[in-house]
Design a protein around this ligand. Structure first.
Ligand code: NAD
Length: 471
């Protein structure tokens, strides 16, 4: 078994204790993970604090070059990371490869971004410009569905903007982050990035720590609220990327087979464990029956198995707690709705739930209202555009959404009225590090990615002066 280590002050160190990481495809122990205690958390924050002035003093070009080197070294070890990602997270190997490549691409995109001063006034003798300074130590707290790329979304802008970091992965998927620690230790000065691992006990301490200037958090809305509350003590900056309940609206001019293919992929990739997965599909009544029979056929053709096996399209749910939650939502749908396919876990070790399609639910059913975050999709019918837009918007979440239709202008007009951070038209999951991503309502606060995501790791600083003429 590999000896995984924390990264504190440039050293790969053992934890104060250890815990087991389970492979969700067989429920066997995959590795032993070092667990940090509060003293190690404090040591990590202290190391990041000490490293900050020298790191912030380097030029953006120098910092960008080192982030680029991290990406190159990750690329050189892409297969190793992809296999480990499948083993700890469960996703099919081709999806793990895509996540590793997305991580490389994201780091490279940020490595190439620069922050320039913004001239606000330049008149005669009066000059005003906005200068951007780094914040200090940033905490990155990540979830278990995309442990690598969601860290890269934070690591890239944090470092390029001149901050240092303490990163904390989710307890069920810490290994790829710890392995990345090896590369970070090779490339970066000591203390610039520190990685600690926990069992859901250090996130609160990290977000309340007085020497942490900002918390970049991705995870559930429930935990996001706690992060916001614990950050309040020292008025920390927070970026919160939280849950979603994305609606897909399938218009009447959409070919049903094509729509079913797109919606199925949007709902079931990564076994549905994507913040912007399609979590409820509203299909126009004119094509509803054809759509349903097509999507049921796709669900029945899916290959559900250990993601490490070739040809597998859907891996296990990532952990026991999530498996239980998804099964509970499926059970809640049995009375009011019709489970058209799936609905029962595979009778074998591993957290396998075959893709499950449910029809006939009301909008207030738990499976429609709540975030399922698993391979189950409620399919609902609509006849009126205004009505379906109101139904899509009737949610405390506001993360993403999709509109599907041949008439792209009509579909885009609908997209404009969906109250979420992102709406895709005739495509899904088109996440690009150059395009900002954010949630509205209880799906989040602040942006990740793009220039907006980079600026979140800076403080706007106004310099306002006049030239003295002979006074
Ligand atoms: P989670 O909220 O349970 O955990 C996320 C992280 O928070 C973990 O590292 C966990 O250890 C840590 N944590 C736990 N308690 C904490 C506390 N009190 N203070 C600070 N940190 C604490 O989320 P999860 O179950 O790992 O991930 C799934 C959720 O993440 C879903 O709701 C999904 O929609 C959301 N998500 C959102 C995005 C986005 O970009 N908006 C992306 C991916 C996932």
């Amino acid at each position: 078994m590999t000896d995984y280590r924390l990264l504190i002050d440039g050293q790969m160190v053992a934890g104060h204790s250890q815990f087991d990481v389970i492979n969700p495809a067989n429920e066997q122990v995959l590795a032993t993970c070092p667990k940090a205690d509060e003293a190690q958390l404090n040591a990590a924050v202290a190391a990041a604090t000490r490293a900050f002035p020298a790191w912030a003093a380097r030029s953006q070009d120098e910092r960008g070059a080192l982030v680029d080197e991290i990406a190159d070294r990750l690329l050189a070890r892409a297969e190793e990371f992809a296999h480990l990602l499948t083993a700890e997270q469960g996703k099919p190997l081709d999806q793990a490869r895509s996540e590793v490549m997305g991580t490389v691409f994201t780091l490279k995109a940020f490595a190439g971004m620069r922050i320039a001063d913004k001239v606000l006034r330049d008149e005669d003798t009066h000059f005003v410009f906005e200068h951007r300074t780094p914040l200090g130590v940033c905490a990155a707290i990540t979830p278990w569905n995309f442990p690598m790329v969601l860290l890269a979304n934070k690591l890239g802008p944090c470092l390029v903007a001149g901050n240092t970091m303490v990163a904390k992965p989710a307890p069920t998927t810490p290994l790829t982050t710890l392995l990345l620690g090896e590369i970070l230790a090779q490339v970066l000065p000591a203390g610039v990035v520190n990685i600690i691992a926990d069992q859901n006990d250090l996130g609160g301490l990290l977000s309340a720590h007085p020497d942490v200037a900002k918390v970049a958090f991705t995870g559930s809305t429930a935990t996001g609220r706690k992060v916001m509350a614990s950050a309040a003590g020292t008025v920390k900056r927070v970026t919160l990327e939280l849950g979603g309940n994305d609606a897909a609206i399938v218009m009447d001019d959409m070919p049903p087979a094509l729509a079913a293919r797109k919606v199925f992929a949007g709902a079931m990739t990564n076994a549905g464990q994507i913040c912007v997965a399609i979590k409820r599909a509203y299909v126009h009544e004119a094509i509803y029956d054809d759509f349903v029979s097509e999507i049921v056929a796709l669900a029945q053709a899916a290959v559900v198995d250990d993601g490490a096996r070739q040809g597998v399209t859907i891996g296990p749910v990532q952990n026991r707690m999530q498996f239980d939650k998804v099964m509970e939502l499926i059970e809640s749908a049995r009375d009011d709705g019709r489970i058209l396919t799936g609905g029962a876990p595979l009778d074998r070790p591993g957290y396998f739930i075959p893709p499950t399609i449910v029809a006939g639910l009301h909008d207030d059913a738990p499976l429609v209202r709540e975030e399922q975050f698993g391979p189950v999709l409620p399919v609902l019918k609509f006849s009126d555009i205004d009505d379906v837009i109101a139904r899509a918007n009737a949610s405390d979440y506001g993360l993403g959404g999709t509109v599907w239709g041949r008439d792209v202008e009509r579909a885009t007009a609908v997209a404009r009225r969906i109250n979420t951070g992102t709406v895709w038209v005739n495509q899904h999951l088109a996440i690009d590090p150059r395009i900002p991503f954010r949630g509205v309502k209880q799906s989040g606060l602040g942006a990740e990615l793009g220039e907006a995501g980079l600026l979140e790791y800076t403080q706007a600083h106004i310099v306002n002066g006049v030239e003295l003429a002979g006074e």
